[in-house]
Design a protein around this ligand. Structure first.
Ligand code: ADP
Length: 448
C-alpha cells in the first residue's frame, strides 16, 4: 500500500479519528474508544463512497461537452484538483487539435482541386467535396471503403495498384499523372496524381483538366485539318507533274495547258489557305501590325462595294446603304476591312447568279455600329449556325472548295471582331438567303 505524501490533506481525516479515539479512550475507557473508532471508520467510508460516486458520475458523463470535475474535501480535494488540471490540459490540447483539423479541412475545401486521403491499403480516410463530386464518392457512406471498389476504371485501378507503385521512388510516384473521365460530372476530364505520405498513406490529388484537354484536342484536330487541306491540292499537283514528266512530248499542247491550269488552281487554293492561316495565327498571337485609329467608314465601304461588284463579275446586284452623316470608326482599318471583305466574298460565292447582295451600315439606339451583308443566296440550315465560325467548318465541303473557300473566313471574321469587342450575328433561311451582321461597340463608333 502506498501512503499519501506528507503534504497531502489525506492525512487529516485519519489523524482526527486517531486523536478522537485516544481522547474517548482516555475519558470513557476501551468501549468508548472502540465506538468512536467505529463511527470514525463509518464516517470515512461514507466520505469516500460519496466522492467515489461523484467521480464515477463524472467519468460516465458525455465527452461531447466539457463537464467540470466535482470538487472534493481533504485527500479527495487534492486528487480531484490534480485530475481536473490534467483534464483541462487534455481538453485544451484536443480543442487545438480539432481547430487544426477543421482549418486543414477548410483549406482542403477551398482548394480548386480534389483531395482524397487514403490509408496504406488505399481505403478512403477523407475526401474534400470536389473529389467526392468528381469521383462519385459519398464520404459519410464510403469512409473506410477501398477506393478501387468505387472508381472501377481499369487504368485507375492499375494506377492505384501497389506492385506498380512500390518499384517507384516517392518523386516518381508523384510525377505520374493519369487523366480519366469524371465518374459523375460527365464531360469533365480529371487528372490524378498520388503523393505518398506518412507510413504508406497516399494523398490523391485530382485536377479538372477539361479545358486543357479540349484545347489539346482542338490543336490536334487543327493540325490534322491543315494537313488534310494541304494534302488534297498537293496530291493533284504532284499527279499532274508526274504525268507531264512521263509524257512531255506526246501530250497535245491543249492538254498540257489544261493540266497547268488545274495545277495553278490547286496552287492558288494552297496559297489562299496559307494566307488565311497566317492571318489567323497573327490575330491569335495578339500582336498587331498596325495601331488602332479613328478612320472614315464610308470610303472603305464604297471600296468594298466596288471590289465585291468586280468579284461577282456583275453576276449579282451589289448595293450599299449608309446614313447621310459620316461615321468614324476606332480600330485597325486593315483588319476590319479584311473581316468585312470575307463576309462579302462569302455572299458572292454562296449566292447564285442574278441574286442581290446588300451592304449596309447603321447605328442603333445604343450607339452600336452594324455592318450587315444581306444576300439572296442558298442560305444555311439552323443546325449549322452555331458552328460556322469554327475553323474548317463548312456546310458543304465540295461547294466551299469549288468556289475557292478555305473554311477559315468566318473564323477570321470572329477573331477580328473579338479584338474590337464586337460580335458576329448570323440570320439565315435555307433557300432564301442570309444576313451576316458585324456589330461594333458604341465606344468605337462616332458620327463625324
Ligand atoms: P469557306 O471558305 O468555306 O466559305 P467560311 O468560314 O467563310 O469558310 O464559311 C464557313 C461556311 O459557312 C461555308 O463553308 C458555308 O457553308 C457557310 N457560309 C458562309 N457564308 C455563307 C453565305 N453567305 N451563304 C451561305 N452559306 C454561307
Amino acid at each position: 500500500m502506498t501512503l499519501p505524501p506528507p503534504h497531502s490533506r489525506g492525512w487529516v481525516l485519519p489523524s482526527i479519528i486517531v486523536v478522537l479515539t485516544l481522547i474517548a479512550g482516555g475519558l470513557g475507557g476501551v468501549w468508548a474508544a472502540l465506538i468512536v473508532l467505529a463511527l470514525g471508520f463509518a464516517g470515512v467510508t461514507v466520505f469516500h463512497l460519496v466522492h467515489l460516486y461523484r467521480l464515477q458520475r463524472w467519468a460516465k458523463s458525455s465527452l461531447d461537452h466539457y463537464e467540470p470535475l466535482p470538487e472534493g474535501i481533504g485527500g479527495w480535494g487534492d486528487v480531484l484538483a490534480a485530475l481536473s488540471r490534467r483534464e483541462k490540459k487534455r481538453v485544451a490540447f484536443q480543442t487545438t487539435q480539432k481547430q487544426m483539423i477543421e482549418q486543414f479541412r477548410r483549406m482542403a475545401e477551398a482548394l480548386p482541386d480534389g483531395v482524397i486521403v487514403l490509408d496504406e491499403r488505399r481505403h478512403i480516410e477523407w475526401a474534400n467535396l470536389r473529389a467526392q463530386q468528381w469521383l462519385a464518392i459519398n464520404l459519410e457512406k464510403d469512409r473506410g471503403q477501398p477506393l478501387g471498389n468505387l472508381v472501377r476504371i481499369p487504368e485507375f485501378l492499375r494506377f492505384l495498384a501497389d506492385e506498380l507503385n512500390e518499384t517507384l521512388s516517392v518523386d516518381e510516384v508523384a510525377q505520374r499523372t493519369l487523366v480519366i473521365p469524371s465518374v459523375f460530372d460527365t464531360g469533365k476530364s480529371i487528372a490524378l496524381q498520388q503523393v505518398p505520405f506518412g507510413r504508406g498513406g497516399r494523398l490523391l490529388l485530382a485536377r479538372d483538366v477539361t479545358q486543357y484537354e479540349a484545347a489539346a484536342r482542338l490543336r490536334r484536330d487543327f493540325i490534322a485539318s491543315v494537313s488534310h487541306e494541304l494534302k488534297t491540292p498537293l496530291t493533284v499537283i504532284v499527279g499532274f507533274l508526274e504525268m507531264l514528266q512521263e509524257a512531255p512530248t506526246e501530250m497535245p499542247e491543249e492538254t498540257r495547258e489544261h493540266y497547268f491550269d488545274l495545277m495553278r488552281t490547286q496552287a492558288n487554293s494552297m496559297q489562299r489557305l496559307v494566307d488565311d492561316l497566317l492571318t489567323l495565327s497573327a490575330l491569335e498571337s495578339g500582336a498587331r501590325a498596325k495601331e488602332e485609329e479613328w478612320f472614315a467608314l464610308t470610303p472603305l465601304l464604297q471600296l468594298l462595294q466596288q471590289q465585291t461588284q468586280a468579284l461577282s463579275q456583275d453576276k449579282h446586284i451589289v448595293t450599299l446603304t449608309v446614313p447621310e452623316e459620316e461615321t468614324q470608326i476606332y480600330g485597325v482599318r486593315d483588319e476590319l476591312a479584311s473581316a468585312f471583305n470575307n463576309l462579302l466574298t462569302n455572299a458572292v460565292r454562296y449566292t447564285p447568279e442574278g441574286g442581290k447582295i446588300e451592304l449596309s451600315w447603321t447605328i442603333n439606339e445604343e450607339g452600336r455600329g452594324i455592318f450587315a451583308v444581306r444576300d439572296t443566296g442558298i442560305g444555311i440550315a439552323a443546325e449549322h449556325l452555331p458552328r460556322l465560325t469554327e475553323r474548317f467548318y463548312r456546310v458543304d465541303r465540295g461547294r466551299s472548295r469549288a468556289s475557292g473557300g478555305t473554311g477559315l473566313g468566318l473564323a477570321i471574321v470572329k477573331h477580328v471582331l473579338l479584338r474590337h469587342q464586337g460580335e458576329l450575328n448570323i440570320d439565315s433561311r435555307i433557300g432564301k438567303g442570309s444576313i451576316f451582321s458585324a456589330i461594333l461597340p458604341a465606344v468605337r463608333v462616332k458620327k463625324a
